[in-house]
Design a binder for this molecule. Structure first.
Ligand code: PLP
Length: 387
């Protein structure tokens, strides 16, 4: 099976993890600080707060902004459920904005139309690895006094007008789940230039306690104060050692993702019935996902379902990212969301498929995906690809 995304672990990674396992600190030790510094340097942010997963990173971001009951946060309809859930964890109300038809990135006009007196923040999702339209989102946030958060879980290494994702919004959340650009097994991080928000999130990941064990050890003190209700969202030192080791390969891997995506673009250009998502000018895509739309004439999603089954039967692990969040039973039941709330997201959702794209794919894997696609869409027996 060629999976849609998967980790790549080398001897160097294993060695890095083993070394930490034999050291004094398994958690909350020096590798956490080091990993934070590596990511900060890479994205161009002042502060990084490493946590146990990307969902915890989003939760910490909502906590730092003081989101609570009565507050609304605007999130795009097309994203992983965790984006919206993070608002709910804090007692807030996620309000779903529609997406742009071509890119499936959040539509700034829809965002603006959903702002009310209760709105406190916007979460922009750099879907598939492509930065949102920040030139329009930032003035909207500023004009209405809202914080801008990026869910950058797809977008490590993506650039918007020369700036890396992680240094654009007030807060950016990353995930290091195995399908993402680099992995720590489970892991996440929030980057920001705001030292006060960073301090709040450091407390939040450690039960709401101001000092951690290592700081108290240094001072020879047992005393601590819990000032906020926090969680245990810590990440281990061996996970961070894996992250540091993986980051050494990030540039090379990102190049590989872009090469594969360019190859898909080229090969599918003249194939009827399939079209890649549109790319915005002025950005550099990080290609966490390679999403295509199946334009088959019907609006029921049947063509997509057939193609999906066809890929799977050929051992090609395609996937669908994502079911519009407002259509999940929890959101319908809890917030009264319904079909029709975000018409573009609902219509486009029925057409999308994510093709395999990751650093571990061989040229033969890529060729297999291309051939299967052409075969199914053109119904040809023998398909030539341009090698
Ligand atoms: C992966 C992902 C998350 C959650 O990250 P975890 O590390 O799995 O908790 C959140 N948002 C988006 C868009 C993601 O892709």
């Amino acid at each position: 099976m060629i999976s849609y995304g998967r980790q790549k672990i080398g001897r160097d990674d294993i060695k890095a993890v083993s070394e930490v396992l034999e050291s004094d600190w398994l958690t909350t030790g020096p590798k956490v600080d080091e990993f934070e510094a590596v990511i900060c340097r890479y994205v161009g942010a002042e502060h990084g707060v490493a946590v146990s997963n990307g969902t915890a990173a989003l939760h910490a971001a909502m906590f730092a902004l003081g989101i609570g009951p009565g507050d609304e946060v605007i999130v795009p309809a097309i994203t992983f459920v965790a984006t919206a859930n993070s608002v709910v964890f804090c007692g807030g109300h996620p309000v779903f904005a529609d997406v742009e038809r071509g890119s499936l990135l959040v539509d700034p006009s829809s965002v603006e139309s959903k702002i009310t007196r209760k709105t406190r923040a916007i979460i922009a999702v750099d879907y598939a690895g492509q930065p949102c339209n920040y030139d329009r989102l930032q003035p909207i946030a500023r004009k209405h006094g809202l914080k801008l958060v990026t869910d950058g879980c797809h977008a490590l290494g993506a650039e918007y007008k020369g700036r890396r994702v992680g240094s654009i919004a007030d807060l950016t959340a990353f995930s290091f789940h195995p399908v993402k650009h680099i992995t720590t097994g489970e892991g996440g991080m929030i980057t920001t230039d705001d030292g006060i928000l960073a301090a709040k999130m450091r407390m939040f990941r450690n039960h709401g306690i101001a000092t951690d064990f290592r700081q108290r050890e240094k001072k020879g003190s047992w005393s601590y104060e819990m000032t906020e209700l926090g969680y245990n969202y810590r990440i281990t030192d061996f996970q961070c050692a894996l992250g540091i080791s993986q980051m050494k390969k990030q540039d090379k891997w990102l190049r590989r993702r872009r090469v594969i995506a360019a190859r898909y673009d080229r090969e599918f250009r003249d194939v009827p019935g399939i079209s890649p998502l549109t790319k915005r000018r002025g950005s550099r895509h990080a290609y966490h996902l390679y999403v295509v739309k199946i334009e088959g004439g019907d609006t029921s999603g049947e063509t997509r379902a057939e193609l999906f089954a066809g890929y799977r039967s050929r051992g090609i692990g395609v996937n669908v990212h994502y079911i519009p969040v407002h259509l999940h039973p929890f959101y319908k039941r809890t917030f009264g969301t319904a079909e029709g709330d975000c018409p573009v997201a609902e219509a486009e959702y029925k057409k999308i498929i994510s093709l395999p794209l990751h650093q571990g794919m061989s040229d033969a894997d890529v060729r297999e995906v291309i051939c299967a696609t052409k075969e199914m869409l053109r119904g040809q027996d023998a398909v030539q690809t341009q090698d």
